[in-house]
Structures are given as structure tokens and as C-alpha cells.
Design a binder for this molecule. Structure first.
Ligand SMILES: *Cc1c(COP(=O)(O)O)cnc(C)c1O
Length: 368
């Protein structure tokens, strides 16, 4: 059986090899007689799964030793509160707004600290990347927040800003939910990164936090203990029961990532090369077509989430029905922006993007 190609923005496709391995191990993990879901999080079996997942992620993303990797719960949206609870000290934070997700982040942070908008692309409908040299950093911020890939608007930072070069000593916080592990991360420019797992690493319910040591231990007194990064770090993410099955699937995904090769590269570098090729194939087709358009300025286009529209929107329903009939699933755009969106995360092979482009071409021909 070949499965359809799934373009969901999230929860999103998981590599088929990972799903197959999880299925094989469902009833009896490595002769333990237990499913991973049935294991104590403090038993030696699960501890080995956890330690392997953490070590593999550290290797894949080249996380330096002065950063802690935390496996938490709550998703990206909970982090919008957890970050200011841990880092703001009740003072101020700067936000760079480039789409719906960073917009939500700055709104939530207002409950816990003063918020200053350093830059925003709202005026052009979140279709461009504000150049760091133009940012109005406040100088008082305890941290600077940005969303490095805006999942809904399809805007991605191709390079993280060097805050120090902009005269700012505050740590940069990135929401990398929807492109984590799709490209290398420049940790020298970051104080912490967070992301929900359900876009690029596993099932919903697991939230990844990578935080520099010196940022631990400054939580506000009202911060729930289970969300205090220092408490979580001091307890190896086991202060409360972590999302054990999500960690297991993420761990299988990390092992899958380590096996990937492309142009002589491996791991995340291989994924980056493949993701570049996938994105180029799709954007190039959209740009030359008469029927489809992508609104995002070329320099800010996401490799992961490609929003596009049909110039004749009365064709939307027929387009989606035809796609589904061809085994191309979940192409409908986010309700806040309409149109279509193809999310082409790590688990989407080049053949899936080629199948989409073939369909786009055929659909356009029949409507010409
Ligand atoms: C999906 C997403 C979130 C929200 O994650 P939840 O798990 O629903 O809380 C936050 N930020 C970005 C960039 C996302 O893509």
C-alpha cells in the first residue's frame, strides 16, 4: 500500500519508517513485554529511550554543552506564557512581529511583562522580513523574541539576527516550532529556542525547549513549578511525568534523521539540502504559473510552509477535491488567510512535492 502525501501544517506527516517501527514495537518494546506507553518514566527502559533521544537531538542540532534540552508539555502557545514567566523578571521584552505566531506571542507576554514591538511587517500583511538593521530594540529588554518560521504566513528567517552587532546584549528567543531540524541552528546567536513537536519531530503533546544555562533560575514567583525551566532542568525533564510516547516517537524520528543522506551530506545538513530542493521546485512552478500566486517576498519565503492562492478562487473546492483524489491531502490554507498551503516538512519526500507540482500543472491546464 502506498500512502497519500500529507501536506498538513500540523499535526503533520511523520516519516513512514518511524510509524512502521512504532507499529512493530507497539505491544512489546525490545522484549520488555510492555508498550512504551505503559512504562514508568523512571524505569531503566524509558530512561534509555529518553537519554538516546536527547543525545541524538544534541548531535543533530549541534547543541552546545552550555545549553539544556528540556522535553516539556503545553505546546508552542503555552511557551508564549512560560518564556516571559522564566525570562522577563517582570520587566520588559522586545518582539519582532512577522506573522500570526509572533503576534500571539507578544499578546500573551503582556500578561507578565512590558512588551515593546521592535519591528513588524503587519503593514504588508506579513509578507516580508523586516531587516534587523531597522529594528527599534528598546535597550531594556530581558529578551528579544521572534518566530523563525511563521507557519501560517510562510515567512522564514534565512539567517538569525546578530543582536550583539545591533548593540543589544539581551538573549534572542526563537519559536522554531515549524522548522526545527529542517536546517542547522546558529546557537551563538540564541539564548533559547522552543517548539511544539507536531510539525517536524513527532506527535502533539511534546514541547522542546533548548535553553542556555545562565537563563535558568530567574522565574517569577508565580511561575508554575512544572514550567520553571530550572526545576525541569534539575529533574532531567521528569519533575512531572513527561510526554513519554511523544519523546519515544521523536527519538525514532531523530534516528531516522541521522540515517538521511543527500549530496554526500547527512543528518540535518542533508535535510537542509533536500528541503531547499523541494522548496525550489514548488516555488519555481508557482512563480511561472498563470493560475497560482505566492504573496511572500522572495527573501523571506519559508522552505517549510508554502501558502498559495488560485487567482480564480471559485476553483478552490474543485482544486482541493481533485488533489484529494490524487492522494494529495490537507492542502487547504489556514482559515485566517484562506487559499492553500503546502507544508513540506522533513517527512515530505521530493517525490511528494513533484506529485504536487504535477497536479498543479494538470489542474491549471484543464482550467485554461
Ligand atoms: C503550531 C505552532 C505553534 C502552536 O503550537 P501549539 O502546540 O498548538 O501550542 C506555535 N508557534 C508556531 C510557529 C507554530 O507553528
Amino acid at each position: 500500500m502506498t500512502r497519500p502525501y500529507n501536506f498538513s501544517a500540523g499535526p503533520a506527516a511523520i516519516p513512514e519508517e518511524v510509524l512502521q517501527q512504532a507499529a512493530r514495537e507497539m505491544l512489546d518494546w525490545h522484549g520488555s513485554g510492555m508498550s512504551v506507553m505503559e512504562m514508568s518514566h523512571r524505569g531503566k527502559e524509558f530512561i534509555s529511550i529518553y537519554e538516546q533521544a536527547e543525545a541524538d537531538l544534541r548531535e543533530l542540532l549541534a547543541v552546545p554543552s552550555n545549553f539544556r534540552i528540556l522535553f516539556m508539555q503545553g505546546g508552542g502557545l503555552a511557551e508564549n506564557a512560560i518564556v516571559p514567566l522564566n525570562l522577563s523578571r517582570g520587566e520588559a521584552a522586545d518582539f519582532v512581529v512577522t506573522g500570526s505566531w509572533s503576534q500571539k506571542s507578544q499578546k500573551e507576554a503582556r500578561k507578565y511583562c512590558e512588551v515593546h514591538i521592535a519591528a513588524s511587517n503587519e503593514a504588508d500583511g506579513h509578507t516580508s522580513l523586516p531587516t534587523p538593521a531597522t529594528w527599534q530594540l528598546s535597550g531594556q529588554a530581558r529578551y528579544v523574541h521572534l518566530c523563525s518560521n511563521e507557519t501560517i504566513h510562510g515567512v522564514e528567517f534565512q539567517e538569525l539576527p546578530d543582536l550583539k552587532a545591533l548593540g543589544c546584549d539581551a538573549p534572542l528567543v526563537i519559536d522554531f516550532s515549524s522548522h526545527v531540524a529542517s536546517r542547522p541552528v546558529d546557537w551563538s546567536r540564541i539564548g533559547m529556542a522552543f517548539g511544539g513537536a507536531q510539525k517536524n519531530i513527532g506527535p502533539a503533546g511534546l514541547t522542546l525547549v533548548v535553553v542556555r544555562d545562565d537563563l535558568l533560575g530567574h522565574a517569577l514567583p508565580i511561575c508554575p513549578s512544572a514550567f520553571d525551566y530550572k526545576v525541569v532542568a534539575d529533574n532531567q525533564s521528569m519533575y512531572n511525568t513527561p510526554p513519554t510516547y511523544g519523546i519515544y516517537i521523536a527519538g525514532l524520528t531523530f534516528q531516522w534523521l541521522k540515517r538521511q543522506t543527500e549530496n554526500g551530506l547527512s543528518g540535518v545538513a542533508a535535510m537542509e539540502a533536500r528541503n531547499l530542493a523541494k522548496a525550489r521546485l514548488l516555488y519555481d512552478f508557482i512563480d511561472q504559473s498563470q493560475l497560482y500566486t505566492n504573496p511572500v517576498a522572495v527573501a523571506g519565503r519559508s522552505r517549510m510552509n508554502v501558502p498559495f492562492r488560485l487567482r480564480d478562487e471559485s476553483l478552490n473546492e474543485a482544486f482541493l477535491a481533485g488533489a484529494k483524489a490524487r492522494g494529495l491531502l490537507q492542502l487547504k490554507g489556514h482559515k485566517s488567510v484562506g487559499g492553500m498551503r503546502a507544508s513540506i516538512y522533513n517527512a515530505m519526500p521530493l517525490a511528494g512535492v513533484q506529485a504536487l507540482v504535477d497536479y498543479l500543472r494538470d489542474f491549471e491546464k484543464t482550467r485554461a
